[in-house]
Design a protein around this ligand. Sequence first.
Ligand SMILES: Cc1cc2nc3c(=O)[nH]c(=O)nc-3n(C[C@H](O)[C@H](O)[C@H](O)COP(=O)(O)O)c2cc1C
Length: 218
Amino acid sequence: MKNLSEAMNWRYSTKAFDPNKKISEADFQHLKNILRLSPSSVNIQPWHFVIADDKSGKSRVARGTEGSYEFNMPKVIDASHVIVFCSRIYADDSFLDEVLDKEDIDGRFAKPDLKEQMHQGRKMFLETRRYDQKDESHWLIEQVYLNMGALLLGAATLGIDAVPMEGVDLKALDEEFALRAKGYTAVGIVSLGYRCEDDFNANLPKSRLSEEVIITKA
Ligand SMILES: Cc1cc2nc3c(=O)[nH]c(=O)nc-3n(C[C@H](O)[C@H](O)[C@H](O)COP(=O)(O)O)c2cc1C
């Protein structure tokens, strides 16, 4: 287990995976825990994950890398696991109730009026984005990206290589997994596994804007 700075320095976007190396079930369970435990605004949890962990699953995900995105195809085929990050298209009333009821079951509300308060608070945030800013689906996707960030860091702490990919045909993935009919749409994918010894990207130095550029003291 690496500390956070070590993990962030160690991780890089893996361009070539060793097709013979598999993430253990125990390690992958840690990654699934991250997918569940990731925070989201008002605990909205607007995500779903399609996970490919074998040849046939990966070849289905690889349909999203046909055409313009072929450069990403080997990263899907050779990885140990591939996760399709999906976002809810809308947070409709029945989904809001599902989240609220789960919070209730999980013991979040000591009194019934706290449950109602939570519901109203969540609706306030949602309706600001839905009606005032008119970007509900964008807000939901923002939460999914937070989850992706958590997963990348978590994988690195476990010594698991990963590459996030937006270079995929999201419409093709929606079709392949019939996501839209289930209220979801694909946002991006993350391949996970272990780097190939000759991955050119593994030995390149990191390039990041300096602290002075990106941080200002208030
Ligand atoms: C949301 C997101 C989408 C990305 N999409 C791709 C992609 O489609 N293919 C790829 O090879 N790398 C992709 N990358 C990797 C970035 O190019 C990489 O994270 C960045 O250059 C920083 O390098 P590092 O991850 O090696 O530290 C993506 C990264 C992020 C965060």
